[in-house]
Design a protein around this ligand. Structure first.
Ligand code: PLP
Length: 439
């Protein structure tokens, strides 16, 4: 038995894998990984896979990145962790200052947690608690977009509109209202993405006109709704939503857990709309894909609404690993790389190369809706095969490429260090896999 097969068998025996109907592994391979280097993951039998989805959108600068490794190793020998209630430390202070500066200090305070879903929970709780502290306790409802995804915990699922993740738990949820997504694929004949954005904003306005009094916040994934299939939309929606939230006294929460950290071309996606949110959720890429870290940034005005002699007016939320020093240090190393390597400018060139290499896919009659926002490229296969995603995944693995389609949507969301050659290999192998799957 090969080492691969050994780990595969032992894993199926002892590990309950996430986001998986485990029985499907009777057909689909589980892939044991021994090590990672750059964009590549290597198994125990000498096969390699190009990690074209950044290991679920977390990795930015490759696996086993020497600079992030060195920063974590240095931190490990100074301070691995200390509780953040009553204590503070250098990495968490520096990271908070640098993140606030990246918002031009519009969002001057950072609250820490470990996973993305916890950041969602924190933003929702903070928003409601803000209104409560201000004598508006009836503002206890939230609005999200159709097709939204904000995480899997019970609070986060309440603002998530992906049936396959949510429906079994519906009785447990404090479900939010959903309003139309500005997904540009919903354009009518001759309609521009901006037009779809305006229509969706009109729907939000109708919702606010009757429900704003009870609504604490609108939560959105700015520019790209990743989990429901890389639905991309025009920044105009964010501008209009910001205006509507202001006019109706509702907070705007932007969930940049997937789209932050340069993924869409700007460091934060919301910058492309020229707006600032009241709450900004970050996770995934912020630690370079190394350690669980999430952050909610908010305004000093919201922070001050909790500042009081009464403990219960404070935000008494915590997680054991809140502000973990190793994770913060990994994040600082990540921000260093952004600065030292001029990452946003270099990504622009990489995104242009992607656009050129993928252009022929637009003419492929088996595909539609080729779309791109910075370092995310997606298209939809026209097929009614319910097994398309699994078959495409397997066909790509056979060709040394790790892609994980969402339904009929195939997407690239690679680490930012992808070379031109790797870019070409990715697109070529994907086309070969499509030819094999969509015969
Ligand atoms: C991944 C994701 C989350 C949840 O983050 P976890 O770390 O998986 O809990 C929330 N929102 C968005 C937009 C995400 O992509």
């Amino acid at each position: 038995m090969s080492t691969n097969q050994e780990y595969l068998a032992r894993s199926l025996n002892a590990v309950w894998h996430p986001c998986t109907q485990m029985k499907q592994h009777e057909q689909l391979p589980l892939v044991p990984i021994e090590r990672g280097e750059g964009c590549w993951l290597h198994d125990f039998d000498g096969r390699r896979y190009l990690d074209a989805i950044s290991s679920w959108w977390v990795n930015l600068f490759g696996h086993a990145n020497p600079r992030i490794n060195a920063a974590i190793a240095d931190q490990m020998n100074r301070l691995e962790h200390v509780m953040l209630a009553g204590f503070t430390h250098r990495p968490v202070v520096e990271l908070s200052e640098r993140l606030a500066a990246l918002t031009d200090n519009a969002l001057g305070h950072c609250f820490y947690a470990s996973d993305g879903a916890s950041a969602t929970e924190i933003a929702l709780k903070m928003s409601h608690h803000f209104w409560r502290n201000g004598g508006r306790p009836e503002k206890d409802r939230f609005v999200c977009l159709t097709g939204s995804y904000h995480g899997e915990t019970v609070g986060a699922l309440g603002v998530t509109d992906v049936a396959i993740f949510r429906d079994a738990y519906r009785p447990l949820l404090h479900a939010a209202a959903t309003v139309d997504t500005p997904d540009a694929r919903k354009a009518g004949p001759g309609e521009k993405p901006e037009g779809v954005a305006r229509r969706a904003a009109a729907a939000l306005e109708r919702h606010f006109s009757t429900h704003a009094d009870r609504t604490a916040a609108l939560i959105v994934e700015p520019l790209v709704q990743c989990a429901s299939g890389m639905a991309m939309y025009d920044p105009e929606y964010l501008r209009l939503a910001r205006g509507l939230c202001d006019r109706h006294g509702v907070h705007l929460i932007v969930d940049e857990i997937a789209v932050g950290c340069g993924r869409t071309g700007s460091f934060f996606a919301h910058e492309q709309a020229g707006i600032r949110p009241d709450f900004l959720c970050l996770s995934k890429g912020i630690s370079g894909g190394y350690l669980p870290l999430s952050i909610v940034l908010t305004t000093d005005a919201i922070y001050r609404a909790f500042y009081d002699d009464k403990p219960t007016r404070g935000f008494l939320h915590s997680h054991s690993y809140t502000g973990n020093a190793l994770a913060c240090r990994a994040a600082l190393a990540t921000l260093d790389i952004f600065e030292q390597d001029d990452v946003l400018a270099r990504n622009q060139a990489r995104a242009d190369l992607f656009a050129r290499l993928c252009a022929p896919l637009a003419a492929d009659r088996r595909l539609r809706h080729l779309r791109q926002r910075g370092m995310i490229v997606a298209f939809d296969a026209i097929t009614d095969d319910p097994a398309f995603a699994n078959r495409m995944f397997a066909a790509c693995l056979e060709r040394e490429v790790l892609l994980r389609p969402i339904g009929n949507t195939v997407y690239f969301m690679p680490p930012y260090i992808l070379s031109d050659t790797e870019c070409e290999l990715l697109v070529t192998r994907t086309r070969e896999a499509l030819d094999a799957v969509l015969r």
